[in-house]
Write a protein that binds this ligand. Structure first.
Ligand SMILES: Cc1cc2nc3c(=O)[nH]c(=O)nc-3n(C[C@H](O)[C@H](O)[C@H](O)COP(=O)(O)O)c2cc1C
Length: 354
């Protein structure tokens, strides 16, 4: 199918960002782009009760930077609405991940996540415990060791009590200290989470952003997030010794970006902002380009390439077009142990730094 998005792009540009996103998801639902997305994807992480989220405007395009700043704040029609949509599509083909959120006025966050797991135990293909949105006050504190242990312990018990094997993943922020990375990796290994999604948006603002709306509050996504989220991905891959599936997300806009996420340690790749800018056919382009890149680099499957450049990504492999200075990967005791362990799967990179 020809890519009609270059023709449609000026029309998308006239739409407010939230409306443009809805149209893009509608295109993906219709099968454009070689990826099926269910309508429930239009809903951000459902909170148990409906909530409006932050006042509009709350999404800002930073077109020149290939980035978006959003402060949606879990606007949600609530869990019952999402459950209805999931029941409607039950039995149809496709993988449906359900990102779980909490209501902004809930004190017991775990209770909100647990309600999501209990009510959708057999309706979703996997759950994502989102503890990394910067737009819900206090949410990111759940990434610290003690709260994370309590949260995951309770959620895994809830899932098991439902006699469900639905995989439970955690989505983390890119703005973590090295100690927090160590803690997340060891808690994830200890509790046997099925996967980690790396990463959500950043509250950092690289110095080289040029857009007018750079100083809007919220999470920054897109191109300027690529290096930071990929370095974190590599670090978590090393810390978890390749024993936990990682989903790489943050600034993927080309097949080469997706390839780098895989080489840094991702078994799966997600993208959001670049689809908003380039349209749904981008997914097909990336899949075709990725297959070529894997082949050209001597890999016969994605699996073979996973983590082959995690060492390089933990070094100083930062692209010149970004200006994050926060990540410099010092050796922490846990990382040193992970590196020297006998089961450490990292092999030398095959591809020179881009
Ligand atoms: C407008 C907007 C809304 C988002 N809403 C959510 C959300 O509800 N839950 C979530 O886990 N991540 C949310 N994200 C974060 C993305 O899923 C993704 O982690 C992040 O944007 C980095 O990927 P990207 O650079 O490909 O956009 C949102 C991002 C944007 C731009």
């Amino acid at each position: 199918m020809p890519n009609l998005y270059p023709i449609a792009r000026p029309i998308f540009g006239l739409l407010r960002p939230e409306a443009a996103r809805d149209v893009t998801i509608w295109c993906l639902e219709a099968g454009l782009g070689g990826l099926m997305v269910d309508r429930s994807a239009r809903q951000p992480d459902p909170s148990p009760r409906p909530q409006y989220g932050n006042p509009k405007p709350r999404v800002f395009r930073l077109r020149g930077d290939g980035a978006i700043i959003n402060r949606m704040g879990f606007n949600s029609r609530g869990l019952p609405y999402v459950l209805d949509r999931l029941r409607e599509r039950f039995g149809r083909q496709g993988i449906i991940g359900l990102n779980l959120g909490k209501n902004s006025d809930t004190e017991d966050a775990a209770a909100d996540y647990a309600e999501g797991i209990r009510s959708a135990a057999n309706l979703a293909s996997y759950f994502v415990v989102n503890v990394s949105s910067p737009n819900t006050p206090g949410l990111r504190d759940l990434q610290r060791r003690d709260p994370l242990e309590r949260l995951l312990g309770r959620l895994i018990n809830t899932r098991n009590a439902m006699n469900s094997k639905t995989p439970l993943l955690v989505k983390i922020a890119p703005d973590l200290s090295f100690e927090e990375c160590d803690d997340i990796a060891s808690v994830a290994l200890e509790y046997g989470v099925s996967g980690i999604i790396i990463s959500n948006t950043t509250i950092d603002r690289p110095a080289n952003l040029t857009s007018r709306t750079t100083n809007e509050a919220g999470g920054l996504s897109g191109k300027p997030l690529f290096d930071k989220s990929t370095e974190l991905l590599a670090r978590i891959h090393v810390l978890t010794k390749g024993q936990i599936s990682l989903i790489g997300v943050g600034g993927v806009a080309t097949a080469a970006d997706a390839y780098e996420k895989i080489c840094a340690g991702a078994s799966l790749v997600q993208l959001y902002t670049s689809v908003a800018f380039n349209g749904p056919m981008l997914v097909t382009e990336i899949k075709l380009g990725l297959a070529e890149l894997l082949k050209a680099n001597g890999f016969s499957s994605v699996r073979q390439a996973v983590g082959t450049r995690s060492a390089a990504w933990m070094g100083a492999n930062v692209r010149a077009d970004t200006a994050f200075t926060s990540l410099r990967h010092p050796e922490t005791p846990i990382l040193a142990r992970a590196r020297s362990g006998p089961d450490f799967p990292m092999s030398p990179g095959r591809r020179a730094a881009s």
